[in-house]
Design a binder for this molecule. Structure first.
Ligand code: SAH
Length: 502
């Protein structure tokens, strides 16, 4: 069977190629590096064997010949093997050596190039590695070797004269020696320079300076990082984008059920946040017969889950032909519309009380409320008070989802925790102090108060858009306070300082 040497890109899972995703999904065995984020492996089959062959910076690592032995062993066992490597497999990735080992063993291989860090990290920092006016060539250089040693394989004098951008991989620790060596060989002291840590990850940090100052500017950076020398580095002032997005540098936790988290998580990521998924709840469908819809003149649905599970029971949308349909909010209305039902009533406030207001002029005789088993009884009680016959159809139960240790650790470090329902509040076993709490609306806020907590942010529109608006407003005002504050006040803000530019 073929062994695939696949580039995973520099970090951002969105930079995996279509071919890489396809092969990850098909793989029997995936041998991956340390820097590959778990998200990039999410598409792997549940039966796939994941083998970690990480190289910790300087520390424990799986020896290269051991990796090659693994690839040969699994490849000759007839398994579909994906060797997933950071960036591009043939750029400082020892992919060449692995291909040689496979060729020697007579095993077929294919190479799937990836987006290399030396291009992607600058791009996310707002630095084009070439530019018509600023650089017509680019060199990828390893910073692994000590430039002071005479046996270095690199000709630093020639590199100093190189007419274009120099991108140095694996060089943060040696940056002082490298900059020194280039200066000594005559590269101009005032040439713009940059260093980028964890490029394309949500917590990317960039520092800029000149060949003379970059080593001290970058002293606080940790691997993985690349350094870059050349006039193009100055373009960042104008072209910076990634670290400027509204939620850049912030970690935001999503506590809703794993199956429901993706929309909110995707929206947060687009705004620049690093999303920590810490699902507090899980939806457990309840079994039961299809409701006899012809007995009712009003159907109320209170969540997209309710819509999905109701249709699993009904199976045929025509069952709703004669009944007026009320949805609690736009998300629920959208779930109905996806199934060809346009809600007759959608309130302006997306809580039970809002739905009641909206129903005040609707004549109701017999109502069915399709919802979670444990929901509040505001809606059925009030409709009964108005003389209606009300049945409650419990379609699902919301139960606690225990956090894994990794999720718990990640949650302890977030800047914001979002709560999109009172059950996410009630079932999250530990709400770490230090994070700002964001509530989707008054019912969720009341649940927080019951736990003795007061949310810093409450959405005035009780849906995802409203929650994001409120969160953005809080970030903007906190950043205004921080930026107006004196230097010594820094750190008093719950928000991290801006990326250490300059
Ligand atoms: N094959 C990889 C490079 C592997 S060498 C590629 O094509 O990108 C490892 C070095 O790559 C690190 O020391 C660092 O210099 C660089 N690197 C990898 N990922 C990076 C990232 N996300 N941001 C900055 N540099 C990165």
């Amino acid at each position: 069977m073929t062994v695939y040497l696949v580039g995973a890109g520099p970090g951002d899972p969105g930079l995996l190629t279509a071919r890489a995703l396809e092969l990850i999904a098909q793989a029997d065995v995936i041998v991956h590096d340390r820097l590959i984020p778990a998200e990039s492996l999410a598409g792997a089959s549940a039966d796939a064997e994941l083998i970690y062959a990480g190289k910790e910076g300087g520390g424990e690592s799986v020896a290269q010949d051991e990796i090659e032995r693994l690839l040969v062993a699994h490849g000759s066992a007839g398994k579909l093997v994906v060797r997933l490597k950071g960036g591009d497999p043939f750029v400082f990735g020892r992919g060449g050596e692995e291909a040689e080992a496979l060729r020697r063993a007579g095993i077929e291989f294919e190479v799937v190039p990836g987006v290399t860090a030396g291009v992607a990290a600058p791009a996310y920092a707002g630095i084009p590695v070439t530019h018509r006016d600023a650089a017509s060539a680019v060199a990828f250089v390893t910073g692994h070797e000590d430039p002071a040693k005479p046996e270095s394989a690199l000709d630093w004098d020639a590199l100093a004269r190189f007419p274009g951008t120099l991108v140095v991989y694996m060089g943060v620790r040696r940056l002082p020696a490298i900059a020194e060596r280039l200066l000594r060989a005559g590269r101009p002291a005032d040439e713009p320079a940059a260093a980028i840590e964890r490029g394309t990850f949500g917590d990317q940090r960039t520092v800029t300076g000149t060949l003379e100052t970059i080593a001290s500017e970058a002293a606080g950076l940790r691997p993985p990082a690349i350094a870059l020398f050349g006039p193009v580095a100055a373009l960042r002032d104008e072209l910076q984008w990634f670290e400027r997005r509204p939620l850049a540098g912030l970690k935001v936790a999503v506590t809703r059920a794993r199956a429901q988290a993706s929309e909110l998580a995707a929206r947060l990521r687009t705004l620049g946040a690093t999303v920590i998924e810490a699902p507090a709840i899980r939806i457990v469908p309840l079994d039961g017969p299809a409701p006899e819809m012809e007995r009712y003149d009003l159907l109320c649905v209170t969540s997209p889950n309710g819509v999905r599970l109701l249709f699993e029971r009904l199976r045929d949308a025509r069952a709703l032909a004669g009944v007026r349909v009320a949805a609690i909010g736009p998300g629920t209305a959208r779930a109905l519309a996806d199934r060809g039902i346009v809600a007759d009533v959608v309130p302006e406030r997306f809580v039970a009380e809002g739905l009641l207001d909206a129903l005040s002029r609707v004549p109701v005789d017999r109502a069915l409320i399709a919802r979670a088993a444990e929901a509040r009884d505001v809606l059925p009680d009030a409709l009964r008070d108005r003389g209606a016959d009300v049945d409650v159809l419990a379609l699902y139960e919301t139960v606690a989802e225990p956090l894994s240790d990794a999720e718990r650790r990640a949650l302890a470090e977030v800047d914001y925790i979002t709560f999109t329902s009172s059950s996410t509040v009630r079932f999250l076993d530990e709400i770490p102090t230090g994070a700002r709490l964001v509530s989707i609306g008054p019912v969720t806020t009341a649940a927080l108060r019951e736990r003795g907590l007061q949310p810093e942010v409450e959405a005035s529109r009780h849906d995802i858009d409203g929650l994001l608006d409120a969160l953005l407003k809080d970030v903007r005002s906190a950043r205004r306070v921080r930026d107006g504050a004196t230097r010594s006040d820094r750190g008093a803000s719950p928000l991290q300082p801006p990326p250490p530019d300059r």
